[in-house]
Write a protein that binds this ligand. Structure first.
Ligand code: GLA
Length: 677
């Protein structure tokens, strides 16, 4: 896996020199330097400055901005500006524009209005990226490149003519013959059979709006491949013309295999972290994680790049003029979110943005500095964080300590977007597991599972959770079998193992090829209907635990232990949750959707390290550990606006101040403690 290689923890900021009078730059850079920043990211939306007319290149403004940054010892990361095609591009070449599923073109006026598959757009992108790469390749201040900006942000579906044509070619390459394609998409159903390649399109508006699901799954794979090819186009140019500067891009958005993109094209992965969304997104579930949910996002980022960069760390209240409104971070939250990123493996953090824009769509997306540019609470908080980070530089490159992984899988997540018989269950079960792990102080990784995953990848973990593994091939099931036989533990939920890679169902009892491993088949299943009694199960301390959403009746096929049975409805007395000792390991199968109580209770029997020998921690506090050269660096993060009492059972050193601590310690609201032995 590709990772960021920094020499110390570093901070920086996103800066838009083109938004400000040039007389301000010097003062801005001077204050960045005072704040201890090392990096400035710029240029990613400035195409119309770099190329105001077709073929006329103009680098003066950014040359001066980069040169001035050099005077202040700041390093520059340049963005390629292809997320914002200028008006001259779209006027002269309307074929570059993306379209809605109805085929109506997007227009100039916001950003991300183009499509990766337009040959014209690829050509225009190559030209501007080549010119920029040549121009800045020898500039010692420019250390690296961000390709485009947030690939697949704003929209992650593409329906322009160029996309339909490219999809046709993609399908030809994948299936070779129409017979194969018809087979894979099951087109015999509803007479959808294709008899000529010209009949093949991306999904279009249908009556009702329900296109063929196997086709819809391939559409997502195609979008990911298109985005990959577009990033590759730029990466190849940058590698050729600017071989001494690193390359990355910032994410993370849908319909893109970020793992493959990073492994094959980038030097490391960068993420844009906006935990404040967690405070405004509707979450009616029990004990919502709010901004702490971003710890899971950061775990996914870590599964792409074990040490990564944050290219946009939220640093103020948020909002576009017309949407996405968010509250101001409370005192302490900017510090908390910075440490949240670091605790999960970020070694470089750039705040978004230096100063709030005074014009355009994002006048409410606040930077560190306000419009008035006078010292404010947020700048002071970041100044204090920066001083602390200096003391923690040594943890750079350290690795996250973990015993359990929650499995992610692109095929299942893309298939699940369109399949209400497993897709919605995954996020419910994942939330339940992530909460159970968070509130019990058990650190968790994300593990991206695919056909290249090896036994070695799985064996790094004592326990794997794969909540609703709908698509599971014979080979994948065999890999899980070996993992468990050698001592691993794996947990599956309902709707596992019933689909092949096209998204069609096997003519087998569920859970398909997983049957031997889990020791059961599914005798029958049902969805929980609204307004009907919710089935309940008896499990350990719970006499009556709700088994919401979906219920499977399990039929024992091997010597399995029944851990829970249904206690009401016509399901009463039937097994719902089983444990199967298999080789040296164990598999668990639950014929339902996990909830917090069940995940918490199962967690208790998995015997994972929850660090209770060293600490007694309230639920509000997250524990994360980074390890380097025989030393654990323990991050304790308080997400609550109330003070929290923690109890430290061994003596530790507080890494920032060097103070020895033990016994009772009080964490202030949103406070963070970093401990070392
Ligand atoms: C994203 C983008 C930024 C900015 C912020 C805030 O992360 O990369 O350009 O738009 O969101 O909206």
């Amino acid at each position: 896996m590709k990772k960021l290689n920094e020499e110390s923890l570093t901070l920086g900021v996103c800066y838009y020199p083109e938004h400000w009078p040039e007389e301000m730059w010097e003062d801005d850079y001077a204050r960045m330097k005072e704040l201890g920043f090392s990096y400035v990211r710029m240029g990613e939306f400035a195409w119309s400055i770099f190329e105001p007319e077709e073929g006329k290149f103009c680098f003066d403004l950014f040359d001066r901005a980069v040169a001035k940054a050099q005077v202040f010892g700041l390093k520059v990361i340049l963005g390629t500006p292809t997320a914002t095609a200028p008006a001259w591009v779209t006027k002269k070449y309307p074929d570059v524009l993306n379209a809605t599923q109805d085929g109506i073109s997007y227009q100039h006026g916001a950003r991300c209005h183009t499509t990766y598959n337009s040959e014209t757009y690829r050509e225009l992108s190559s030209i501007i990226v080549t010119e920029m790469a040549k121009h800045y390749s020898d500039n010692p201040t420019v250390v690296g490149w961000q390709i485009d900006n947030e690939i697949n942000c704003e929209t992650n579906v593409f329906y322009a003519d160029a996309d339909h044509a490219a999809f046709r070619e993609w399908a030809k390459k994948k299936y070779q013959t129409l017979a194969n394609l018809n087979q894979a998409w099951g087109t015999v159903f509803w007479s959808q059979t294709y008899t000529n390649w010209e009949q093949v399109y991306l999904t279009r508006k249908t009556v009702p709006n329900s296109p063929n699901p196997h086709h819809a799954l391939d559409e997502k794979r195609f979008i990911s491949d298109s985005a990959f090819a577009y990033v590759k186009l730029q990466a190849d140019i940058l590698r050729e013309h600017a071989p001494n500067q690193w390359i990355t891009t910032n994410g993370m958005f849908g319909h893109l295999d970020n793992h493959k993109m990073t492994d094959e094209l980038l030097d490391f992965y960068a993420y844009d972290s906006y935990p404040n969304f967690g405070r405004v997104i509707e979450d009616s579930s029990e004990k919502p994680l709010r901004d702490r949910k971003w710890s899971w996002n950061l775990s996914v980022v870590r599964s792409i790049s074990p040490n990564f960069a944050i290219f946009e760390q939220q640093s103020g209240p948020g909002g576009w003029v017309n949407r996405l409104d968010q509250p101001s971070p409370k005192p302490g939250q900017l510090r908390l979110w910075t440490y949240q990123s670091i605790a999960h493996g970020a070694d470089m953090i750039l705040y978004f943005r230096w100063r709030t824009a005074t014009k355009g769509t994002e006048i409410y997306w606040h930077g560190i500095n306000d419009y008035h540019n006078q010292p404010n609470r947020r700048v002071k908080e970041i100044e204090a964080v920066s001083k602390e980070i200096k003391q923690l530089g040594k943890i750079v490159g350290s690795t996250y300590q973990v015993e359990i992984a929650y499995i992610t899988n692109y095929d299942n997540s893309w298939d699940g977007e369109f399949d209400i018989w497993h897709g919605p269950f995954e996020s419910k079960s994942r939330n339940a597991w992530i909460k159970a792990l968070q509130y019990n102080h058990v650190p968790v990784d994300a593990l991206n599972f695919n056909n290249e995953t090896t036994l070695e990848d799985l064996s790094k973990y004592k326990v794997l959770v794969y909540s609703h593994a709908a698509i599971v091939t014979k080979q994948q099931a065999a890999l899980f079998e070996v993992y468990v036989r050698q001592g691993g533990k794996v947990i599956f939920g309902c709707r596992s193992g019933y689909k092949d890679e096209t998204g069609q169902t096997y003519m087998k009892a569920l859970p398909g090829y997983l049957t031997d491993l889990v020791g059961i088949t599914v005798e029958e299943f049902t969805r929980v209907a609204p307004f009907e009694q919710v089935p309940r199960i008896k499990f350990r301390e719970f006499d009556e635990l709700e088994a919401n959403d979906f219920n499977e009746v399990l039929q024992l096929q091997a010597d399995v232990e029944v851990l829970a049975t249904y206690t009401n409805t016509y399901l009463k007395g039937n097994p719902a949750l089983v444990k199967h000792n298999y080789g040296k390991g164990t598999s668990y199968y639950f014929g339902g959707v996990f909830n917090l109580d069940l995940a918490t209770s199962l967690l208790a029997e998995l015997q994972l390290n929850n660090y209770h020998d060293q600490f007694s921690l309230p639920e509000e506090v997250e524990l994360s550990i980074r390890h380097k050269e025989g030393k654990d660096y323990i991050f304790l993060l308080n997400y609550s606006e109330l003070p929290q009492e923690i109890f430290v059972k061994e003596e530790f050193t507080e890494a920032v101040t060097g103070t020895r601590i033990m016994n009772k310690v009080s964490l202030k609201p949103f406070d963070v403690l970093v401990l070392e032995p």
